[in-house]
Design a protein. Sequence first.
Length: 437
Amino acid sequence: MVPRYSRPEMTAIWTPENRFRIWFEIEAHATDALAALGVVPKDAAAALWAWWNTNPAIDVAAIDGIEAVTKHDVIAFLTWVAANVGDQARFMHQGMTSSDVLDTALAVQLAQASDILLADLDRLLDVLKRRAIEHKMTPTIGRSHGIHAEPVTFGLKLAQAYAEFDRCRTRLIAARADIATCAISGAVGTFANIDPSVEAHVAAKLGLSVEPVSTQVIPRDRHAMFFATLGVIAGSIERLATEVRHLQRTEVLEAEEYFSPGQKGSSAMPHKRNPVLTENLTGLARMVRGYVTPALENVALWHERDISHSSVERYIGPDATITLDFALARLTGVIDKLLVYPERMEKNLNKMGGLVHSQRVLLALTQAGVSREDSYRLVQRNAMKVWESDGRLSLLELLKADAEVTAALSPAQLEEKFDLGYHLKHVDTIFARVFGA
């Protein structure tokens, strides 16, 4: 976790205090269920809650001090609770194993983190929708391979991003459901020393589902899918950030990040306005995706359990969620304040002498009876003259002067093929697909 790229609400989930609070709730709810079964005295569970309801401060330093001796974090925590609760605390953890606490707590933390990330996505989607509608019919050039292709609108670019992040949201909802599972099954997951009803009780209290077969640990395919989903979201962040970075290039300059009063772009060159936020987002996305491979490698544990996954998850749980939370919030701010330049878009759209209309002429020639091969040859030989003139020549005028072309299409028919509105006639249809009627 890097404080520079962290926000307090998400960071709080991964504090030792929050982790130990979840541990206590798992233990206390389990003790409640054991008391209901008659396995432990009812006043044992009551004693735990009576102490807890005094809102005791979590003494992280004390627990860490105990762990320095025991070399076991869960035992250290139980020892600290027992020292505060007294004799009745001996009935905690009956029939349970450390993984019951650790895995269930991690599930709670990841579910909590998911809720913040889903709220982040909702805010981003709201901004994307607003800006997409704002620029629904703002014409701009579409590019393939970085080269001018055919006209689109800036609103369509943002609508595409909206649809992509909407899919990300759907995936994260599924990943949250998949990860939010509870395991209170004891050593090697057989329930030999604890009744399955205890697990069901704890799961219900914590808003989790029951892990069907825990083998002492919750299977790590669930975690792999969760972190893979975060990686996909990060990829979508980078895709949109990269688009903004390209649009801000001096040679393009169709849009750019908001440049606040007093902001400086370079220590050496006072004129610079750099896409620093979206460059930062590109780097953060790489970090989040970097946590996917360790999560995948955690799937293959030895037999019923080992702890080779443990150290990995102590890194990737906090770092991936905290980084993604920050990145989503930053991207939302970038799009919200994005400076859009329709006049520059129009200038770039017209820069190459009408080449963007070449396909319409090609199709018109084929409809007029010219073979596709000859149609392509006729349009391309004129288009290349425009290309080599850097747009100073006009494709329409060259086509009008080409006898082979005008033998099939009249000047008026050619002019009709250079209508910008033709390319935008289905924008409403696409928007209805993305945003609804």
